[in-house]
Write a protein that binds this ligand. Sequence first.
Ligand code: SAH
Ligand code: F3S
Length: 477
Amino acid sequence: MASENIIEEKKQGQALVTFNKEGNNKKLFIESYGCQMNLNDSEIVASILAKEGFNTTPHLEDADLVLVNTCSIREKAEQTIRKRLQKYNKVRKINPAMKIGVLGCMAERLKTKFLEEEKMVDLVVGPDAYRDLPNLVKEVESGKDAINVILSKEETYGDVSPVRLNSNGVSAFISITRGCDNMCTFCVVPFTRGRERSRDPQSIIKEAQDLWDNGYKEITLLGQNVDSYLWYGGGLKKDFKNASEIAKATAINFANLLEMVATTLPKIRIRFATSNPQDMSIDVLHSMAKYDNICKYIHLPVQTGSTRMLERMNRQHSREEYMTLIDNVKKIIPDCAISQDMITGFCGETEEDHQETLSLMEYVKYDFGFMFAYSERPGTLAAKKMEDDVPLATKKRRLTEIISLQQTHSLYHMEQFVGKTVEVLIEGNSKKSDAHWMGRNSQNAVAVFQKGNENIGDLVMVKIDSCTSATLIGSRV
Ligand code: SAH
Ligand code: F3S
């Protein structure tokens, strides 16, 4: 369970690990804001720039090049990044040779405006243009501004092996799709990340195998909408209808991909995010049930419990259809944890709609949730066609209500583990104490327990003695 602030705190900012290759003599400071895909993209960027002589540094003051991978999902995310840019510019006063660039969604959304209005950056690169970084950086080093915000039909960075900046050496991200075709009316992602395309399954398997060979124990397959994964030889998902009969007959969907990864690497733990209710198939649920190494956890954002609001959001399913999907999850994978994303105060949301959200939450009893007040994004259909008419105070009050209900449900789920023994993958020290390990069970619940002679990366059995709404507290059995 988390409110917006908690998530942002947890996921944002600097890399955990620095990258050092002998012979490289330039220094890159890179930070990521927003989703897990951005963290992974920054690892791709660091990999591309490693070939251009850059090592990463944790010290902003030392950097030759500062890059910030940006998020546009809510206005607040963009404000946070503007503040970071101001900070970089302050540091630049001490180190005038420093070059500053923006990557990711805000780069794509604001394009040349960054160079024209802000004068705070030298380099603007959209999410599909990272391969052009070597040329763009050379231009910047010669004193010019540089920009590439072209969105691509094919780019998946399938052959780029990311340097692992955001990893504890135990779990790592693998991107499997890029872009989104769903066009939810509130969402800026289709505009900033372009149309949906899937990555070659062989390159995904190879990356997973390399991670396993290097001691990693868990992978998370990433996409805006993983259930929509479809490999038919490359190209946009929307062009699949024009593919050859052979390509159609041999296409690989997400359930197939899950099975391929689960059988090739039967000991690696597999997670995935994000699932979209309209695209999640029964086959995916059966694949999850069939393989022990696929974690029993689905992040299944719904945004609202009201069919009327779902329609306005262009979510392509009703409240009832979503409930049927939840019934199927519970039937096929009885021990599966489910989490949500919710938005309060979307255009036209009434008190009845809000009550429908609360009652849907009661029906599903989510294990975790990520909840937000609606933030209008320029260029989206909602911004163009609908009125942002719910007062901020109402959005916030409804948000507080759903967060509070989620907390009750999270605690309920955590309590179900008390007295039971669960399998935990050790990720590192507990935040609060070096004498305790922290890890997660299959359902993605965080567990802490007293250290013995285990190591990071071990899968161990832990008996749960007590809990809070966010943490299981246990001991080794
Ligand atoms: N499919 C994506 C969703 C990306 S956005 C994924 O991989 O997670 C993540 C969440 O941000 C959404 O599910 C939604 O709840 C929230 N969100 C998106 N646009 C928003 C907006 N304009 N205002 C508030 N929250 C928003
Ligand atoms: Fe955004 Fe909807 Fe896609 S929330 S990322 S347009 S599934």
